[in-house]
Design a protein around this ligand. Structure first.
Ligand SMILES: Nc1ncnc2c1ncn2[C@@H]1O[C@H](COP(=O)(O)OP(=O)(O)OP(=O)(O)O)[C@@H](O)[C@H]1O
Length: 485
């Protein structure tokens, strides 16, 4: 006998729930098939582009099915954002994480064990799933046949983080071992074949029985561009000129200007995110932009909670003075702001996956948006040096001597991103597809710098990047040996 909620022959109109609860007129392609597989009790691996609508694929079954869905989510902002959106739709949903007050936590855990929990979805961290008291409660829920499904959101984190600095991801195999008949759904936007295999193995899923849905990573509305720089020149003016040109275009076309006026939109409300490596850069860059009349705010872990909340809320609400957020990595994950018109990487991101995820915050409304990456060979060498140092530290610790598969993956991912930046002979969309193992050649309607003007791309690269000879002499002189993490 199984303890998971019994699957019944359903005559449920999932279209009705989509419209009534989620207020969406139609499913996006494949959402119906994924949701049906989930409702049929299958394990599902869902890989689809950023902003595809993956959350709906476990949220809708959670509302229809008996019992409770446990959502394992690695980022606090992501949990809070989804919980807030579900509450707005009047769905009984809860989260337990480091910031949950004790009495709220107790009330949720009590509801869980009551035999018929009201909570439809409970969002928790992998760390919380590793706790004995929570596992004890889950066993009770399971015995009461109320454990409906486990959803692992941003599942690539299992592979990226799980093997070293967030070990609790590895413990998620507990779900399959203890509750073998409770279906599991994994969602991610970024998984190479190796990462996918790693996730499946870590969760101890049966790869042969799993329903695998892999959709293209292509985002046709994103315009990818690499801008070359070197330590010799400050790229601030280049960016400012680019942003001001957008303002000018918005104000100089009479039809556009009238449209904005009718909608009471400000000319300079071009919402964007700039990602930088360091907290101090977030502060100084935001201040510099403000001095030049651009509404910009920093966002990083060193700010007070009040400042962070204020900057985020102002940016989400398109408030004057909050048009651009300058943040360290991972900002915006789970924040479903649909009108982000640009994402700029001020320096080279640390991984291909990180780049794709962060760039994917742009244009979630389907409208054209820009993704600019400022690349220099000096930054490349700095990241490589930092990575080598980290690897040395870790192998010292484990005394294994060699590099772990994860360290090798990280190095390959950075290398692939460097190749992406250095390339002046291929469409950027195609390079992204290739990295994620897709064979299809995406349509690119001048939506990348190479398609727009490949010749000038090659020429600016030659002009602006430091030469390899120069970089290697600098490397030998130890110029990149400082801590860049
Ligand atoms: N069928 C649908 N019709 C209209 N909008 C939808 C539909 N499904 C999802 N959405 C909307 O699409 C947006 C993106 O959804 P979601 O946040 O789940 O993306 P995601 O696939 O998890 O992306 P990411 O990996 O970037 O976080 C949300 O605003 C969501 O409400």
């Amino acid at each position: 006998m199984t303890n998971a909620p019994q699957k019944r022959v359903r005559h449920i109109d999932i279209d009705f729930t989509l419209k009534r609860v989620f207020q969406k007129p139609n499913f996006r392609p494949l959402q119906r098939e994924i949701i049906t597989a989930a409702l049929d009790g299958e394990d599902v691996f869902l890989q689809a582009a950023t902003s595809f609508g993956k959350s709906l694929c476990f949220q809708l079954p959670a509302i229809i099915d008996y019992g409770i869905t446990i959502v394992v989510s690695p980022l606090l902002a992501l949990m809070n954002n989804q919980v807030a959106a579900l509450r707005r739709a009047k769905i009984v949903v809860a989260t337990i994480n480091g910031t949950t007050p004790h009495d709220v936590k107790m009330a949720v855990l009590e509801d869980l064990q009551c035999g018929h929990p009201r909570t439809r979805l409970l969002y928790v961290t992998p760390e919380y799933c590793a706790m004995d008291h929570f596992r004890r409660i889950l066993r009770i829920v399971y015995q009461q046949r109320q454990l409906s499904r486990i959803a692992v959101d941003e599942a690539h984190c299992i592979s990226e983080w799980g093997h070293d600095f967030r070990k609790s991801f590895e413990g998620l195999s507990f779900f399959r071992r203890e509750f073998p008949d409770v279906p599991i759904m994994c969602c991610t936007a970024t998984a190479t074949a190796r990462v996918r295999e790693d996730i499946i193995n870590t969760l101890e899923l049966d790869a042969l029985r799993l329903k695998l849905f892999t959709m293209t990573t292509v985002r046709n509305n994103l315009h990818y561009e690499v801008r070359f720089k070197s330590d010799d020149a400050d790229h601030y003016d280049d960016f400012l000129k680019w942003l001001r040109a957008i303002y000018t275009r918005r104000s100089s076309r009479p039809v556009r200007a009238t449209q904005l006026e009718t909608r009471r939109e400000r000319i300079e409300n071009v919402s964007g995110i700039i990602y930088t490596w360091f907290r101090k850069d977030c502060d100084s860059l935001a201040a510099r932009l403000c001095d030049d009349g651009i509404g910009a705010k920093p966002y990083h872990a060193g700010l007070s909670t009040e400042a962070k909340d204020d900057h985020l809320a102002g940016w989400v609400a398109n408030k004057q003075g909050y048009d651009v957020i300058v943040a360290t990595t991972a900002f915006g994950m789970g924040i479903d702001k649909e009108d982000v018109r640009f994402v700029v990487h001020w320096q080279l991101p640390k991984s291909f996956e990180g780049f794709y995820q962060e760039a994917g915050r742009a244009g979630r409304d389907g409208k054209c948006s820009a993704c600019i990456l400022y690349y220099s060979r000096e930054d490349r060498d700095r990241l490589a040096t930092t990575m080598a140092r980290e690897n040395a530290r870790k192998s010292n610790k484990t005394a294994s001597g060699g590099l772990s598969p994860q360290a090798i993956h990280r190095a390959k991912s950075l290398q692939a991103l460097v190749q992406y930046c250095e390339s002046t002979s291929t469409c950027r969309h195609k390079l992204i597809c290739q990295y994620f193992g897709e064979n299809t050649v995406p349509e690119c309607d001048y939506a990348c710098d190479w398609h727009k003007d490949g010749n000038s791309l090659a020429m600016t690269k030659d002009r602006r990047l430091a030469s390899e000879e120069w970089c290697s002499t600098q490397r030998e002189a130890g110029a990149y040996d400082d801590e860049y993490d």
